[in-house]
Ligand binder design. Structure first.
Ligand code: FPP
Length: 261
């Protein structure tokens, strides 16, 4: 496989953690599992759909705050590969929210210099949603401000399986040798090939697991779990999670700078 044919990540820094980050620093890439919309609604006697609608408002606040705080990339888990198992009405509601989010907010995001990227499986989505995702990426592709990555119909195991399939196809076609498959090469086949790994992953609602989110990319991410349900998440909650991140010592498998141990 020639350099020109390699997936993008394999040509650049690959799956390396953000090695230029000096602490305490604002994380370059924050990824968020926006959890607790249903519990937020149930606690108020409201339909779950209302929790999701308020979740979109929290998303708008968080995108704005992250950009202003100097975060470069924010990834949000908005619909997982497993969310299809929810009742059809709720799936329809979540699809409708994505449609409305892109239709209503894309122009404003573009004006603010936000670059939109979508990760996840496109096959199987309704055709108009597929077109909206392409439109959002196309319109904003040259923007140099915050990168907003929307994980939609996304599952990390599925993403890794797709990458492995593509690598296998490259081998079958003689473009790649099995012995050349490295972390960097395989990482370059992932949906996130052109993105840095997340420095910080936040999960709201008090749940403490990754639920098939960015499993490859989170190898050295700091995880911060906050009790707030997603619809109540705001700038103060983001700042507090970032402060907790700033108190962590990131060693990437090496030794601590302070003690050498
Ligand atoms: C988890 O809460 C949240 C989701 C499954 C969807 C997240 C979606 C949004 C915040 C809005 C849509 C996003 C875009 C980009 C338009 P849950 O329903 O699992 O809550 P629960 O665990 O309390 O039931």
């Amino acid at each position: 496989m020639s350099e020109a044919e390699l997936p993008q990540n394999a040509k650049s820094s690959g799956a390396k953690p953000s090695d230029t980050l000096s602490m305490p620093a604002v994380p370059r890439h924050v990824a968020i599992i926006m959890d607790g919309n249903g519990r937020w609604a149930a606690a108020r006697g409201l339909p779950r759909a209302e929790g999701h609608r308020r979740g979109v408002e929290a998303l708008r606040r968080t995108i704005r705050a992250a950009g202003e705080m100097g975060v470069k990339v924010i990834t949000v888990f908005s619909f997982s590969s497993e969310n299809w198992s929810r009742p059809a009405a709720e799936v329809g509601e979540l699809m409708g929210l994505l449609r409305r989010f892109i239709r209503n907010d894309l122009a404003e995001l573009h004006k603010s210099g936000v670059r939109v990227r979508i990760i996840g499986e496109r096959a199987g989505l309704e055709a108009d949603i597929g077109r909206l995702l392409i439109e959002a990426e196309e319109l904003t592709k040259d923007n140099t401000g915050l990168t907003l990555v929307v994980a939609f119909n996304y599952g990390a195991r599925q993403e890794i399986a797709r990458a492995a399939r593509q690598a296998a196809e490259a081998v079958a076609q003689g473009r790649l040798k099995p012995e050349d498959i490295t972390v960097e090469i395989l990482g370059g086949f992932l949906d996130t090939a052109d993105l840095p790994d997340p420095d910080l992953i936040i999960r709201t609602s008090g749940e403490q697991r990754l639920s098939n989110f960015l499993l490859w990319q989170s190898a050295y991410s700091e995880l911060v779990f906050v009790p707030t349900n997603w619809p109540d998440f705001d700038r103060a909650a983001l700042e507090s999670a970032i402060r907790e991140y700033q108190q962590r010592e990131r060693r990437f498998g090496g030794l601590t700078a302070k003690t050498g141990s």
